[in-house]
Design a binder for this molecule. Structure first.
Ligand code: BES
Ligand code: ZN
Length: 472
């Protein structure tokens, strides 16, 4: 019986491989169509493009044999929801992704225009290639392949949002309101990275986020720095002093209570990560490009990025920044500050602690306002769970390499919402690479990984359909 299954599997894969080869160019072309639409969610002027992009995603879903696909309005940008014809004897796989992208600036640093996808050296360049259009679409193309060959082994649902890059403000409520519609056995997401070229990852943790904006006000207006300097508050000096006090010289964050809920790293996990062939010097030189690496004392580079919380200033502004020198004491100063969080920190709680500490540190001569932008919890699961092992086998087949068991430092806050509201496990099968410049100029995606990703998605659906846990 086992042997018959194996042979059957081989015959299936021969047919599937032939189909994929025949359609490789078309799938790249379809990705390009998506990439040409500047679906920048943070920018109001792109509202129409967001709708156009959602409609194009629906078109490609329909073409994949998924007849029920629609653009569903939200208070913000629309959500694309789709589902394949339901067969009660099959498990249901819910795919999440985002069709919105980050702004393209600084546009002058792109070698080819951000919304004119271009292929160079086996990589496709353009905003959204790696984050996330080129990633989520692999599941749509996998669905098309399996549907066209009448081999789809699972029920599929798609939930593709247009607001991930601005903190998913509409999606959380939408998930709660549509929990019945979204009912599934497992969530699948491709919006992260592989461990290294040729080496997929079995990702079991992401960090959370807590993002605030700080305003410091001194006098009512700008003042001559000679007439007033030395006797009046300078909000930029104040802001810098406050920020500097939020960390000590060992890289520890000094906010009282900040580490209270941090789940400590397991020894076994530290040992496992130490065995990964991570070359810190190569990372410093070729990925980062800085003179040296730095960070919290007592932790390795990998531990600092995957399992420790952070506090970073994303931007700081105020006063005179034009050419030449203007002698002025500015009236206001601003900073955008974010903390990456680990289990079991709470985003609101951390924002509250941060606000309290900033206000405590502030000189009585200034007024300080702290506004919460957005946030979300970290996500963590067991790499040994059955669905994770299914994902591991799928990646192994697609890349012919054993996936590395890793966490990552980035955030997809909605993962924790999905898993807790729907009570299902999540699989994060990323096909990006660390140096693909997401959120930066010259973002790109390896076409080899794009095609391997489609295969991995096909293998994953087959593996999930065979899981004893999901047998009906
Ligand atoms: N795809 C990224 C998240 C990511 C990238 C996770 C690489 C792991 C590895 C996602 O689109 C993103 O950028 N998320 C934001 C969070 C959001 C709340 C703005 C982030 O991590 O900054
Ligand atoms: Zn993303």
């Amino acid at each position: 019986m086992e042997r018959i299954n194996q042979l059957e599997g081989l015959v299936y894969m021969t047919e599937i491989n032939a189909y994929l080869e025949k359609n490789a160019a078309k799938f790249e072309e379809d990705l390009k169509v998506l990439l040409r639409i500047p679906s920048v969610s943070t920018d109001e002027s792109h509202k129409q493009d967001m709708l156009l992009c959602a409609q194009e995603v629906v078109r490609q879903l329909n073409e994949a044999g998924i007849a029920k696909a629609e653009v569903m309005p939200t208070p913000g940008h629309p959500i694309v929801y789709a589902e394949s014809e339901f067969k009660p004897d099959r498990p249901t796989v819910l795919v999440y992704g985002h069709y919105d992208v980050q702004p393209e600036d600084p546009v002058e640093e792109w070698e080819t225009p951000p919304f004119e996808p271009t292929i160079r050296d086996g990589k496709i360049y353009g905003r959204g290639t790696s984050d996330d259009k080129g990633q989520f679409i692999i599941h749509v193309k996998a669905a098309k392949t399996l549907n066209d060959l009448h081999m789809l082994p699972v029920n599929l649902k798609f939930c593709l949002e247009g607001e991930e890059e601005c903190g998913s403000p509409s999606l959380e409520q939408w998930i709660i309101d549509h929990a019945d519609l979204l009912k599934a056995d497992v969530l699948v997401i491709s919006d992260t990275t592989m461990y290294a070229p040729g080496k997929p990852s079995l990702l079991y943790g992401l960090r959370g986020l807590s993002y605030v904006e700080v305003e410091v006000k001194g006098g009512d207006g700008d003042m001559h720095s000679g007439m007033f300097g030395g006797a009046v508050p300078n909000p930029i000096n104040e802001l810098c002093r406050i920020i500097a006090a939020l960390k000590d010289d060992k890289g520890h964050i000094t906010i009282p209570g900040f580490y209270d809920k941090v789940r400590p790293l397991q020894d076994s996990e530290r040992q496992e990560w130490a065995q990964l062939d991570f070359d810190e010097e190569d990372f410093r030189q070729n990925v980062v490009g800085a003179k040296a690496l730095c960070g919290e004392e007592g932790f390795t580079c990998i531990e600092r990025r995957w399992a420790r919380p952070t506090l970073d200033v994303n931007g700081i502004w105020g006063g005179f920044t034009g050419e030449g020198a203007k002698t002025v004491i500015p009236a206001r100063a601003y900073a955008k500050i974010s903390c990456r969080l680990v289990p079991d920190q709470d985003d609101r709680e951390i924002a509250d602690l941060l606000e309290k500490e900033i206000k405590r540190l502030a000189d009585p001569s200034v007024e300080v306002k702290v506004t919460f932008h957005h946030g979300g919890s970290a996500w963590m699961t067991s790499p040994d769970a059955p669905v994770m092992q299914a994902a591991s086998r799928a990646a192994q087949k697609a890349w012919n390499a054993t996936p590395a068991r890793v966490r990552e430092g980035g955030s997809i806050p909605i993962v924790a919402t999905f898993t807790s509201v729907l009570q299902i496990p999540a699989i994060l099968m990323g096909i990006g690479l660390e140096d693909e410049q997401i959120h930066a100029p010259n973002e790109h995606l390896s076409l080899e990984n794009f095609h391997a990703g489609i295969k991995a998605s096909i293998y994953l659906m087959q593996e999930l359909a065979e899981l004893p846990e999901f047998k009906r």
